[in-house]
Design a protein around this ligand. Structure first.
Ligand code: PLP
Length: 390
């Protein structure tokens, strides 16, 4: 198998960096250097570039530049949002109750688990429907005066469903409880207008929208109490210490601008390919089910469960055939347990073990999808026969 015939169908795990993004970053890696916090000309030059990028991104999020905190990526943004708001709310109003969904990324769910285990917080999981979607009425019913934070993923990374952000946000705002969303998978496809979404905290990561790895944003609405989790210098309004990563922040701003620009065209193109894939797979592969909502889902994710299939084995067979896919979250690779997120949708283990996520992006062509659809039934059959879990 030569490299040319490899097909990347894992855009939800990471997107390749856009050439134009790389070009915008290069001067800051090659020639322009300095610590943006320094008083001298070098510092002013990079500091100025960062503030310009901050203003540009604030415009795209419809917020004030001071509400943007730069981080090392989605994981750190989620950590800062959850841990920071939990400790902030405990200090300010003795709140210890965390309200999240059972289908969060591990960056959220494992942070919450640590708060439970070592810091005596209490967690309550919101019920989700068969598509993994939260009902706003359930949030209303479970919100308490001592709820420290509500966190609901915007577009799910394993099964693509989108949540009714605005409706949930209104309920939280009425009660004065901070509302966080992990928007990593939504950034390149849906509105990021924080007013429209009615969020107080929102996590973004550049490598999910054709920017560089290892850089992200946490949007923090002005009045939100956030206790820092990384201490040191006074960067980012004392909320996130550490010298800012100039080239990566410049790249992130460029990438977000480009993603927001072709949003509608790109969404249309991806939705057509996604739906063709979903239709054919459900039709041609016996004992297959779509995971997540059939229509209220992100354009780049087609996700399935197959009865009696070993998902990891299937991924290996597909990789050998030249197709890079995933079974839900990239972090689950090599894990012998089925994804806790897929189990939360109510599938029995023999179905949840056989999960497949095919995620497409700017480089995906109908020809690639055609080729994939041609070999998939045979690979599923092979992994059914060789499976020890079915
Ligand atoms: C990728 C991803 C993360 C983690 O972001 P990193 O920037 O890779 O740390 C968190 N949440 C979701 C939904 C993601 O897709």
């Amino acid at each position: 198998m030569n490299e040319k015939s490899k097909v990347y169908l894992d855009y939800a795990a990471s997107t390749p960096i856009d050439k134009r993004v790389l070009e915008a970053m290069l001067p800051y890696l090659e020639n322009i250097h300095g610590n943006p916090a320094s008083i001298h000309t070098y510092g002013q030059q990079v500091g100025g570039a960062i503030e310009k990028a901050r203003i540009e991104m604030a415009e795209m999020l419809n917020c004030s530049p001071t509400e943007i905190i730069f981080t090392s990526g989605g994981t750190e943004s989620d950590n800062l949002a959850i841990r920071g708001a939990a400790f902030g709310a405990r200090e300010a109003r003795d709140a210890n109750h965390l309200l999240i969904t059972p289908v969060e990324h591990h960056a959220v769910s494992h942070t919450v688990e640590q708060l439970i285990e070592f810091h005596d917080f209490e967690v309550e999981y919101l019920p989700v429907d068969e598509y993994g979607v939260v009902r706003p009425a359930d949030v209303k019913e479970r919100l308490r005066p001592d709820t420290a934070i509500v966190s609901v993923i915007y577009a799910n990374n394993e099964f693509g469903s989108i949540n009714p952000m605005h409706e949930i946000g209104e309920i939280c705002r009425e009660k004065g409880v901070p509302f966080h969303t992990d928007a990593l998978q939504a950034a390149a496809y849906f509105s990021l207008d924080v007013e429209e979404l009615t969020v107080d905290l929102m996590s973004l990561g550049a490598h999910k929208f054709y920017g560089p790895l290892g850089v992200g944003i946490l949007y923090v609405k002005k009045e939100t109490l956030l206790s820092p989790i990384q201490t040191g210098g006074t960067q980012e309004r004392n909320m996130r210490a550490g010298t800012l990563n100039t080239p990566y922040i410049i790249g992130m701003s460029k990438a977000l601008g480009l993603a927001r620009k072709d949003l509608e065209n790109n969404n249309k193109k991806l939705t057509a390919m996604r739906d063709q894939m979903i239709g054919r797979i459900l039709e041609e592969i016996p004992h297959s089910k779509l995971t997540g909502h059939p229509t209220k889902r992100t354009p780049h994710i087609a996700s399935f469960v197959f009865d009696g299939v070993d998902g990891n084995q299937l991924l290996m067979l597909l990789d050998v055939a030249g197709y890079a896919c995933s079974s839900g979250s990239a972090c689950m690779t090599g894990d012998p347990e089925p994804s806790d997120v897929i189990l939360a949708l109510g599938y029995p283990k023999n179905w949840a073990f056989g999960s497949l996520r095919v995620s497409i992006g700017r480089g995906t062509t109908p020809v690639e999808i055609q080729g994939f659809l041609e070999i998939l039934p045979e690979k599923i059959e092979q992994s059914r026969n060789g499976s020890s879990t079915g």
